[in-house]
Design a binder for this molecule. Sequence first.
Ligand code: ACM
Ligand code: ZN
Length: 559
Amino acid sequence: MKRLLLFALTLALGSSCLQAKTNETDLNIIPQPQSITMGKGSFKVKGANFNYDSSLEGRTIKAIAALADDLYVATEKASSIAGATGVSASTPLGSLKGFYFLKDGSMGPEEYSIEINGKAAKVTASGHNGFLYALMTLRQMLPAELFKKEAVKGVDWAIPCCTIKDSPRFAYRGLLLDVARHFYTVEQVKKFLDLAAYYKVNRFHWHLTEDQGWRIEIKKYPYLTEIGAFRSGTQTTYDRNVNDGKRYGGYYTQDQIREVVEYANGLGITVIPEIDLPGHMLGAMASYPWLGCTGGPYQVWTRWGVSDQVLCVGKEKTFEFLFDVLDEICELFPSEYIHIGGDECPKTSWEKCPACQAKMDELGIKEDERGTRGQKLQNYVTKRVQDYLAGKGRKIIGWDEVLEGDLAEGATVMSWRGAKGGKIAAGRGFDVIMSPNSHCYFDYREDPSDDCVGVKFSRHQLPLEKVYSYDPYEDLDDTAKTHILGVQANVWTEYIHNENELFYLTLPRLLALSEVQWSAAEARDYGRFLAKAKGHLPVFDILGYNYHPLVEPDRKNSK
Ligand code: ACM
Ligand code: ZN
């Protein structure tokens, strides 16, 4: 009877978690580690003690304690968690009993290793991210029921004996969330970050400002959130002339921003804020109309697309505003990089504006084969902001339009209009983050038959396999390759209205992306990836993440 029940439970969960894991694919580790050597037998983790190097950071110990707690709750067997004495990273596995987290300063910043025999699991890393990734890997090797946060009977609480050595392919592994087109609460952002961290993403690009809403409190300019954070309606179909007439908006207070930055830090994720300029600024211009060339009035946009109305950069007051905003941004975000947007900035308002024209004349800007007067005026804006931030020890990232005309040395280019911009930038010696819409835009529907409300309005398509197939080095010579810092996927939210749709579009494509970002190119295998990904669906079910069905046979699970 008991066996039958167990069998039924296995079927219901749709995973093989109750069977012994004997091969690498069964371990379900995503992204694929650099190397796995399978041993024989398994380490029974019920009641195993946790020991850690006393020199580990508080946030690392907290993450280790979280795993110990989850195991305690699931197995109903208490264990101790304490600083380890008399052991070091070089202590042989054979002399250990329980979990050990030991520091090895000679390892890379995100590298880790895990050695498991029948009595112990020994983890080594040089710092927080390495230990965190080891913990994520251990969690993925354990039964999904670990996430239930309740006592679970009938589960084999064991990890197969193996040795894993792992480190990332790319240092920059990003995920963007657009909270401007649709707003997501702090709790939802944290849920998004939990997921990102589980797949070893280490940068959260937070798209905070837009034509359709300004979402971050700036103390010096209170109207940005009093006025700029709310719009009078939202375009809900492809018809740009129609909106629903319902007031919509929201923003984060500076305390909430700090809370998210701190939370992300615990997850090994650096938050990179984006203040998109000089286009995509209607939220700010509606709040302070003197920011525009005509002086307004402007409205927070109720439709999607690209507005002709952009910041007036002929006026010094505009730069004062930008520098004031960036002062507060730098206070809130410790990130080395600040994203300054730069995409989709029409030059039409500058062409008609006496102040902008006078500025171009004063700067001696002339159209030539390198670019138009408008493009060069944008170069001037980029350079001034870049210099201002450099004075604060920060570097800029800009969308690939910043490359048009003359981009100053030291900028990093985020290639979104395909990989072409990235290729040109890398060829010219700029650092590049690849985020081509051909492979990395998660707002595009996964397949044409998707009927999730809202998602159906996403015109473009990006199947899972296409994400998986992405080669960030395609067409690049060896020198250009050294400039590719990494890869990022973007979740734009024009047609994503709520958390359910957000995760439906993010999953399972984030899993495919993570193998592009982390795993060695030659280690990728789509068939094995699909088999492993199937084992992750029970985790999403337990934690309440909606997801797109993985493959045809799973379609019935669609929500
Ligand atoms: C973008 O998708 N406009 C960067
Ligand atoms: Zn102007």
